[in-house]
Design a protein around this ligand. Structure first.
Ligand SMILES: *[C@@H]1O[C@H](CO)[C@@H](O)[C@H](O)[C@H]1NC(C)=O
Length: 305
């Protein structure tokens, strides 16, 4: 009788070694699902998007931009304005979706590809003035809407990488220090100029960046499963130590499509312990597909209770 008691801790120790032989192979899978919403004014609402209770779900409002809202928008040096569909995605709708689903958080994304008829440039007048304007204007918007995080999606630049890194890194650090946000992500894609800016940011401020929404759909349309996996491993090493999410675009214009092997690639990454989550661009376009692939993505990620 005495000896059987002694065996229990021994068994636990043995099991620990069998299942976790070293920290190297510990799984880095996550059940995070994220979706951009509101950039295309197609009247999509949070409440239309299916939400699986087994995932951590982030809506990302697109976009807040530091440009004027006039007919020919011009840069405002860090004074952000809202450019998403506020009729359908208002502060009260944010509160409603969050109170109905305890697993939902809402973020906003900065920048994006275009504004008016041109590109949305990252174009600060000076580092300190940009940071100070960005902190105050974004704090106001984030508090008005009860948001939880920010995403960085500038795609065009009038500055060098180190200025971008300093401005964005200090913005994220200050919003976190002030407890205005609890998480931040970046959304780079495979383009030399874009990567030089985001990798500079990652090198100096990677410790305040929680997720990498890498735009894998910016690769060629017709990307194969093996190409996709290769791209994923490359970006995981570029953003070393980061939580990298797999992604698809719902209008089918680029990358590995959901009906052409995207989920095969995700299952493979999950079996390797490397799937940091899935994100989708965007709810506005998925609406016409009945959010079919959002459901499939979340089933793949969900932790069943
Ligand atoms: C999980 O992340 C840690 C820290 O970045 C890394 O050392 C480890 O190799 C990763 N495991 C897998 C399965 O990718």
């Amino acid at each position: 009788m005495e000896s059987s008691k002694l065996h229990i801790p021994l068994l636990l120790i043995l099991q620990a070694f069998i299942f976790f032989p070293s920290t190297q192979s510990a799984s880095n899978n996550s059940n995070l699902f994220r979706e951009y919403i509101g950039a295309e004014f197609k009247n999509v609402k949070f409440s239309e998007v299916p939400i699986n209770s087994g995932v951590e779900f982030h809506f990302i409002l697109s976009f807040a931009i530091d440009y004027t809202t006039s007919n020919s928008p011009s840069p405002t040096n860090g004074k952000f304005n809202i450019f998403w569909d506020t009729d359908n995605l208002s502060p009260s709708q944010v509160s409603a979706i969050k109170s109905k689903n305890s697993n939902v958080k809402v973020a906003l994304s900065l920048g994006g590809d275009g504004v008016g008829n041109g590109y949305a440039y990252f174009n600060p007048t000076s580092i300190q003035s940009w940071i100070s304007n960005a902190v105050s204007s974004l704090t106001q918007i984030i508090q008005d809407y009860s948001l939880d995080g920010i995403d960085i999606d500038y795609e065009h630049f009038k500055t060098d990488p180190s200025t971008f890194a300093k401005c964005i890194g200090e913005l994220i650090s200050t919003l976190k220090k002030n407890k205005v946000i609890s998480f931040a992500s970046i959304a780079p894609y495979d383009d030399d100029q874009v990567q030089s800016h985001y990798i500079a940011l990652w090198k100096s401020y990677g410790h305040v960046i929680d997720y990498v929404n890498f735009q894998f759909y910016a690769y060629d349309k017709g990307t194969t499963v093996s190409q996709f996996l290769k791209y994923f491993y490359t970006q995981k090493s570029n953003y070393n130590g980061g939580i990298v999410l797999a992604s698809f675009i719902s209008d089918g214009s680029g990358g590995l499509a959901p009906d052409k092997g995207f989920f095969t690639a995700c299952s493979r990454l999950k079996s390797e312990g490397k799937l940091g989550g899935i994100f989708v661009w965007c709810a506005d376009d998925s609406k016409g597909l009945g959010f079919k692939y959002e459901k499939q993505s979340q089933s793949l990620l969900a932790i069943s209770h």
